[in-house]
Ligand binder design. Structure first.
Ligand code: ADE
Length: 341
């Protein structure tokens, strides 16, 4: 194989977002993300499945099977993947479906992976079809097929890859083709965290940020974090600033309430986009049922944002209902917004 054929560069225009070893992660002192399963809170069944798979792979001295992680944004798909890499003591290369435009983009990455290394592809449902075709033999046979020339001169060469582990993350598993989905040995859906789990996470994060927080402050913050650690950690930083400037730096229930009211986060953790989504269904479409495209057009928002970011939590807490004829606002949604149904 000549070097020129292998000169597909993954360094090009940010296709590889990051390449990390466990050292890189653990040396980041203020990272709130856990780097090992022992520090990871919640998703107990998923964590147990992964721990068993990792332990078995270590006993057999084999790489893990490919892993597909599904769930709304902010629940820890990337974090879990980093932890897997750390627990396996392997490197992880991070990329995402939309940045892989051509087959060569993926080949450049694949040919640089070491034995057992992790390739994390975020938003894997957005990988172009031409790139996906290269993934099949890569995942199944650890090989990529190069085609040289065209027509009657076409020749192919099979290039062997190291046995890597693909961790795919998606908010929309339904958009994955079945041949791709079927090539993952482990498939787990991450669910929203309970308030109790978020409270533990908030207390852990506050400690890492060297910030004092009252029990009731941590509870209030957790209640308003949409079941999502990423949101809890982001809001914790806002509340921490607020408490430092407006009081003695200690986070109390009162400072959480005041800071989050200022952020437009309500008692259920809803943002202005969440509330506008519900108000659109109620005010413009008499409470529904209404199609998602109509809601998106009225709100002038991307349909994907509504489906991936807004709806999962509203469905989870029962403010919106999905019926065969469209979305409906629930009685609870009217009550929460102080409207008459
Ligand atoms: N920070 C973000 N997600 C976390 C989790 N699941 N456990 C502990 N800390 C976290």
């Amino acid at each position: 194989m000549s070097d020129s054929i292998l000169s597909f560069s993954s360094e090009k225009k940010g296709i590889v977002t990051s390449k990390t070893t466990s050292m890189d992660i653990s040396s980041d002192m203020v990272s709130l993300r856990p780097t090992r399963f022992k520090d990871y809170i919640g998703q107990t069944d998923t964590v147990e499945t992964l721990k068993i798979a990792i332990a078995a792979a270590k006993i057999r001295n084999e790489p893990l099977e490919h892993i597909l992680l599904h769930g709304p944004p902010g629940l820890g798909k990337t974090t879990v993947s980093h932890i897997i890499a750390n627990e396996m003591e392997k490197e992880m290369t991070v990329t995402s479906g939309p940045t892989l435009e051509k087959g060569g983009d993926l080949i450049g990455i694949l040919t640089n992976l070491g034995e057992g290394d992790i390739l994390f592809i975020d938003e894997i449902h957005r990988i172009p079809k031409v790139v996906e075709e290269f993934l099949y033999p890569a995942m199944e046979d650890f090989a990529v097929d190069f085609i040289f020339d065209k027509g009657i001169h076409a020749r192919s060469h099979r290039y062997r890859l190291k046995q890597f582990v693909l961790v795919g993350a998606t908010t929309r598993v339904g958009l994955l083709s079945s041949p791709l989905r079927d090539r993952f040995g482990i498939f787990r859906t991450l669910d929203f965290y309970t308030v109790e789990e978020l409270t533990v996470i908030v207390n852990r994060s506050a400690k890492l940020l060297k910030t004092r927080i009252s029990e009731r402050g941590a509870l209030e913050l957790s209640r308003r974090s949409r079941g999502t650690p990423r949101i809890a950690n982001r809001l914790l930083k806002r509340v921490r600033d607020y408490s430092l400037v407006k009081s003695d730096g200690r986070i109390s229930r009162e400072s959480v309430r005041a800071a989050l009211d200022l952020e437009g986060i309500d008692t259920l953790g809803l943002t202005s986009l969440d509330r506008n989504y519900l108000k659109t269904i109620i005010d413009f479409y008499s409470g529904g049922p209404v199609g998602i495209e109509a809601i998106a057009a009225t709100l002038q928002e991307e349909t994907d944002t509504l489906v991936d970011v807004v709806e999962p939590f509203l469905l989870k807490i029962g403010l919106v209902l999905r019926t065969s004829s469209g979305r409906k606002a629930s009685e609870k949604a009217y009550q929460h917004l102080g409207l008459k149904s």
